[in-house]
Design a protein around this ligand. Structure first.
Ligand SMILES: NC(=O)N[C@@H](CC(=O)O)C(=O)O
Ligand SMILES: [Zn+2]
Ligand SMILES: [Zn+2]
Length: 344
């Protein structure tokens, strides 16, 4: 008898589905395993208003594979012109579950993000009042701050001041990559959550840069040194209630990754659960996997956990190296080791 593991069906609390033919190609990779996902709004143009989010949700629902049971949880892209009343109405109608903060210039399609944080004060105050979470890409963009320090500096200079100025604001520190973020998150109250990606549990910066540059391991925030990866693994596998999975699965075509100035993002949707089971087993924490993938996220977002389940068996897993799209192939994240756990 091979070992098996049954979990409540997971959710992905940070996912890029893109649009058009890319959406159609990547959506089945998520709906196969996940019941719900927080859908990132960094399209071109971005998903800014409730009307934009409703239209994008309809395009996602129209692209669902036959028979898929999947609920996209929509977000709004915070700009300096975002209308607090539009945000409140979008939440009240059940359409929108979070607002996303991109510091302008921090990452893929962030040009419409926030430069002057004073300009978004009224929106943040409204969100604190109505309990709508702010999902944060937590990196400063100052040219004089080293890219490996941008998350730690953001916490001190931007995140903590925003939280102090806006009591009660619920915040998700997205895709944390440092022990600084782990320490900050664990010291806060239950208004603060943190997501961790699959790939940041697996790679450190050597994987990107040593022995030749590996564009498919380049994402933002960029993977840090090994001590940080270890801190992330401890946090993810600890069972701590405010830490949960946000894969940040971020597909780009190989043509856009393999360039002199290539795009940031790792495409992990197809093999995320197999990789996570292996990471948790290596850490002796398989009993905490369900909390990370299926329980902590819904609790933070005030939603019930899923009723149905997925089962993994230790029979070895295969996955495609690439997914075909009308725009060209998208390479799947390669963890660098064979996968033991298959989703059955
Ligand atoms: N993580 C990434 O490297 N890229 C994301 C944007 C983001 O989540 O920062 C993308 O949209 O491609
Ligand atoms: Zn981001
Ligand atoms: Zn992302």
């Amino acid at each position: 008898m091979s070992q098996s593991l049954t979990l409540r069906r997971p959710d992905d609390w940070h996912l890029h589905l893109r649009d058009g033919s890319m959406l159609r190609a990547v959506l089945p990779e998520t709906t196969r395993h996940f019941a719900r996902a927080i859908i990132m709004p960094n399209l071109v143009p971005p998903v800014v208003t409730a009307a934009d989010a409703r239209a994008y949700r309809d395009r996602i629902l129209a692209a669902l594979p036959e028979g898929a049971d999947f609920t996209p949880l929509m977000t709004l892209y915070l700009t300096e012109d975002t209308d607090p009343e539009d945000v409140a109405a979008a939440q009240a109608s059940g359409l929108v579950h979070a607002v996303k903060l991109y510091p302008a210039g921090a990452t893929t399609n962030s040009a419409s993000g926030v430069r002057n944080f004073d300009k978004v004060r009224p929106v943040l105050e409204k969100m604190a009042e109505i309990g709508l979470p702010l999902c944060v890409h937590g990196e400063v963009t100052d040219a004089d701050i080293d890219i490996f320090d941008r998350e730690a500096v953001f916490i001190d200079r931007v995140l903590d001041p925003i939280r102090r100025a806006t009591p009660g604001l619920r915040v998700v520190m997205e895709h944390i990559t440092t022990s600084n973020a782990v320490d900050y998150a664990s010291a806060q109250d239950d208004t603060l959550g943190a997501t961790i990606t699959t790939h940041h549990l697996v790679i450190n910066r050597n994987h990107i840069l040593a022995g030749g540059i590996k564009p498919h391991y380049y994402c933002l925030p960029v993977a840090k040194r090994e001590t940080h990866r270890r801190a992330l693994r401890r946090a993810a596998t600890s069972g701590a209630a405010r830490v949960f999975l946000g894969t940040d699965s971020a597909p780009h075509t190989d043509a856009n990754k393999l360039l002199p100035c290539g795009c940031a993002g790792c495409f992990t949707a197809p093999n995320t659960l197999s990789i996570l089971a292996q990471v948790f087993e290596e850490e002796g924490a398989l009993h905490h996997l369900e909390a990370f993938t299926s329980l902590n996220g819904p609790a933070f977002y005030g939603l019930p956990p899923n009723e149905d389940t997925v089962t993994l068996t230790k029979t070895g897993a295969t996955y495609p190296t690439q997914i075909a799209t009308d725009d060209g192939p998208v390479t799947v994240f390669d963890p660098g080791f064979p996968l033991d756990w298959a989703v059955t």
